[in-house]
Write a protein that binds this ligand. Structure first.
Ligand code: FNR
Length: 173
């Protein structure tokens, strides 16, 4: 099973990216969680660009989604909304439909960030993705200085992630 993981943060030391990296490290046998780091390279969405004329970065993003059995998102909240880079990425696949019927889980690295989770849930739902509630978790990472690999090494955080991944794998099967 191949699961794509997409962070809404481009920050080098992003807590959301670190959360997804920890999920990748904790994935059980037979489950591959692969981080997609290309959304920062996508051009601004323009509906005038037909699917078949899409730039290579867009085609690669669509292909990575199509080749995945499910997608885990983890995103920061900016000004009570989604980071533009993530919303832009989603806009590129509204028409091309790679997320239709795709199981998705929402991880959240900050309990304060309720608007972004709600917004991402609404957007993915209207795109006909299947948001798996049991696999969507919030943890408190903001303000915690965990070393590299520290999330997966933390018993409590690792337990939460393992349970979420197991629930997601069940939903995808
Ligand atoms: C934020 N942050 C933030 N947090 C929040 O809970 N509500 C908000 O509206 C905002 N707005 C906001 C705007 C901008 C421009 C920045 C840079 C930050 C804080 C942000 O969500 C938080 O630091 C995340 O933990 C950052 O995630 P990464 O980059 O560590 O993954």
């Amino acid at each position: 099973m191949r699961i794509l993981a997409i962070s809404g943060s481009l920050r080098a030391v992003s807590s959301n990216t670190a959360l997804l990296e920890a999920a990748a490290a904790l994935a059980p046998d037979g489950v591959e969680i692969v981080l997609y780091d290309g959304i920062g390279a996508l051009p601004h969405f323009n509906p005038d660009i037909a699917d078949e004329d899409a730039p290579a970065s867009v085609a690669a993003f669509r292909a990575a989604l199509a080749a995945s059995d499910g997608v885990i998102f983890s995103t920061p909240e900016y000004a009570h909304g989604l980071p533009g880079v993530l919303k832009n990425a989603l806009d590129w696949v509204v028409g091309s439909s790679e997320l239709v019927e795709k199981p998705v889980a929402l991880f959240n690295a900050s309990p304060r960030s309720t608007y972004a989770v709600a917004s991402l849930t609404a957007t993915l739902t209207v795109m006909s993705a299947k948001v798996i509630g049991e696999a969507s978790v919030t943890v408190q990472l903001a303000g915690r200085a965990l070393p590299d690999g520290g999330i997966a090494a933390d018993e409590e955080l690792a337990g939460i992630l393992r349970e979420a991944i197991a629930a997601f794998v069940d939903a995808v099967r």
